[in-house]
Design a protein around this ligand. Structure first.
Ligand SMILES: *Cc1c(COP(=O)(O)O)cnc(C)c1O
Length: 396
């Protein structure tokens, strides 16, 4: 049985930055200005392993190192295996390219008609509006372009993107991502959402962001107002581990929910971070308590230098199997692989259909028991004892 840990949320608090005023600490711009970006800075707080040290030195050539003070506090500084640390601390393995790994693992560039737009599916488009994030995830699918470490020269072209969306009437759903769109100023977000709302065929707008997890201070009243004004705006968060479910995140989610924003979560299956059912169960339960519906669980993309964080997809299937039926259906994300080379997201599921014949479906339930559902039985009237006498009773 799942041991209920009783602890609903952690309070992160100022931790290492206890000397800082509440006003500064709660100011998202202060958090950004005081990000941990250098090896020497980290070493004043914790002892790096040789692999991490090397990774930090290499980071600015690949994907910048940046960790907000808020998120840094969530790291267990005594534990090199800390699941929070693994997500944001560079390692020497990032320099190693393994079989199948590429720069653009899900083939976004070839589906990009104008810079910043990825139009892969018929009715929806991805709109990349910035190449910056509050902190950088070491397994980022868009490592090639975010943080501007690789001279990729990504310049999000707002106006060209908007023009493309306006000219393509088949697009009814726009997913604003990046980088992290919530790093844009309030004025820019307001402008962008306003422009999208002016396009009559766009019915559905969502924002993909990890800001509530890295920088919950960004979810301000002003941002709430903007989200209300242009609502309904949907949001996909990116939490990977229960430790990220702090009181600060809960409060940010409250604010978003009260601004009418339906919340989903996309996790990436990561080795040593969340690749066991116990951790994932704890995460999805905590998310539900914060009104966040687990949406996708991604198999980690084949991005250059990520083999140390990737897990066998069979592990993901096993995790889903341990969730489905054993806990709230709302808590179970869809496990997907974004097909290498540009095929898009492909759902992968544990097998519950044991067999299909002309006459029946054989089903296996969450406990492994077998059930049968008849197919194509000719309609044949049988005596129905359940209602015997009922008709006469009603008429009497
Ligand atoms: C993930 C993604 C979407 C949205 O897919 P949904 O399954 O609708 O969430 C749209 N465009 C691209 C390019 C994507 O990668």
């Amino acid at each position: 049985m799942y041991p209920r840990d009783g602890l609903k949320y952690w309070w992160s608090g100022k931790g290492l930055w206890d000397h800082v005023s509440d006003q500064d600490w709660n100011n998202w711009v202060w958090q950004l200005q005081n990000r941990i970006t250098r090896l020497e800075q980290i070493e004043t707080y914790l002892q790096l392993t040789p692999e991490e040290k090397e990774g930090c030195l290499f980071a600015n050539k690949k994907l910048a190192l940046a960790i907000t003070p808020y998120f840094f506090n969530l790291i267990d500084r005594q534990d090199p295996e800390c699941p929070i640390r693994k997500q944001v601390m560079p390692r020497s393995e990032e320099m190693r390219k393994t079989a199948g790994e590429v720069l653009d693992p899900v083939g976004e560039d070839e589906h990009s008609p104008v810079p910043g737009i990825v139009h892969r599916y018929p009715d929806r488009a991805l709109f990349l509006v910035t190449d910056r994030c509050a902190s950088y995830c070491r397994y980022c699918t868009r490592s090639r372009m975010v943080s501007n470490a690789q001279d990729y020269n990504f310049h999000p072209a707002f106006d060209k993107g908007l023009q493309y969306l306006a000219e393509h009437q088949e697009i009814r759903d726009v997913l604003i991502s990046g980088g992290d769109p919530l790093l844009l100023s309030d004025a820019k977000i307001d402008h962008l959402l306003g422009k999208l709302r002016e396009i009559p065929h766009i019915e559905f707008i969502r924002i993909g962001t990890r800001i509530p997890i890295f920088l919950p201070q960004r979810i301000t009243e002003k941002l709430q107002e903007i989200l209300v004004k242009h609502g309904p705006i949907w949001m996909s968060l990116h939490a990977n581990h229960p430790r990220e479910c702090t009181i600060e995140l809960k409060e940010a989610c409250d604010k978003l929910a009260f601004a009418g924003v339906p919340l989903g979560n996309q996790s990436v299956l990561l080795k040593g971070v969340n690749d066991d059912a116990e951790t994932m169960r704890s995460l999805v339960h905590r998310l539900l308590m914060m009104r966040v519906r687990p949406y996708y669980l991604y198999q980690c993309d084949l991005i250059n230098g990520s083999s140390h964080l990737r897990t066998d997809p069979r592990k993901g299937l096993e995790i889903i199997k341990e969730l489905r039926g054993h806990t709230s259906g709302y808590a179970v994300p869809q496990f997907v692989i974004d097909a290498p080379g540009g095929g898009g997201k492909v759902p992968i599921n544990p097998e519950y259909v044991e067999n299909i014949t002309e006459s029946e479906l054989t089903l296996r339930n969450f406990q492994g028991r077998i059930y049968r559902y008849p197919l194509d039985k000719p309609a044949e009237s049988l005596p129905n004892e359940d209602f015997e006498g009922a008709f006469e009773e009603i008429l009497a």
